[in-house]
Design a protein around this ligand. Structure first.
Ligand SMILES: [Mg+2]
Length: 273
């Protein structure tokens, strides 16, 4: 059932891989979509949503599907998913998910979680496809990659690397980024994490890999962008400040404000300086 696979993809890369290896192309799209949270794009869930709406309509279930009931349905389906792994030792959990019978049950429960979540969002007027990249953006700033060596794969272009590339006047597509050796990705993220970015080193890395294109360097002006208060601004990490300036420069003041509020309310700002 294609719609089921589409719903499964809503669980993200890892979940989708666990659920159905046949949705590999959707996993790729998902990765791209997650990266595109910086550019405003997203895979769409329309097909899955239409299939779910038809299913509900055919059974005349709408009267029971108020937001409270649907939120409870999400929780109970999540409970069923969790129950499949209850008492499984953490060290065995990956192995357990690959056992055919367990895998089949997890697949069903994961789909139930995704389906009920989509039903809830539909009823509550939440555009999940749009909400996911927006929230990923917030999370990226709330939980910046401070230690690139510890990031396992750096598949998504982190803001630290974006800062290094912006300051050095280099643009790298997501595809080119992911094709870079992991060590190079880590070094770029590391270069963008420090106050004084070694621009020559950034350019040498990009040119050494024969990727990317030269663009006008984006160097944020000093201080906070218009609309953000100075005391809070000073507590932000350089990477977060760069990201917010990048939004301001693109005329996305609302998005900038939303992210700023998210970072300030997270309590993370002081520790990410
Ligand atoms: Mg279930």
């Amino acid at each position: 059932m294609p719609a089921r696979a589409a719903v499964a993809s809503a669980l993200g890369e890892h979940g989708a891989r666990q659920i159905d290896h046949g949705v590999g192309h959707r996993v790729t799209r998902w990765r791209g979509a997650a990266r595109l949270c910086y550019a405003g794009g997203m895979a769409d869930l329309t097909g899955a949503l239409e299939a779910i709406r038809a299913f509900v309509r055919d059974r005349a279930w709408e009267p029971f599907h108020d937001p409270k009931n649907l939120a409870m349905a999400v929780a109970s389906e999540a409970g069923e998913l969790v129950a499949e792994l209850r008492w499984v030792a953490s060290e065995r959990a990956d192995e357990a998910t690959r056992e055919p019978e367990t895998h089949a049950r997890l697949t069903d429960e994961a789909a139930d979680v995704a389906i009920t979540l989509l039903m809830f969002c539909d009823r509550a007027g939440i555009d999940l496809a749009a909400a996911i990249p927006r929230k990923l953006d917030k999370n990226a700033l709330r939980y910046p990659i401070l230690m690139p060596d510890e990031a396992p794969d750096l598949l998504l272009l982190p803001w630290a690397a974006r800062r290094a590339l912006d300051l050095a006047g280099r643009k790298v597509s997501l595809q080119a980024w992911q094709a870079l050796p992991l060590e190079v990705r880590r070094r770029l993220a590391g270069l963008g994490s420090v106050a004084a970015v070694d621009l020559d080193a950034v350019r040498a890395l990009v040119e050494g890999e024969a990727i990317g294109e030269t663009i006008e360097a984006f160097v944020p002006p000093p201080g906070a962008p218009p609309g953000l208060d100075a005391p809070g601004w000073a507590t932000l990490s350089l990477v977060a400040q760069h990201a917010l300036h990048a939004y301001a420069a693109r005329g996305k003041a609302d998005r900038m404000r939303e992210l700023y509020d998210a970072v300030m309310s997270s309590g993370e700002s002081q520790s990410t300086k």
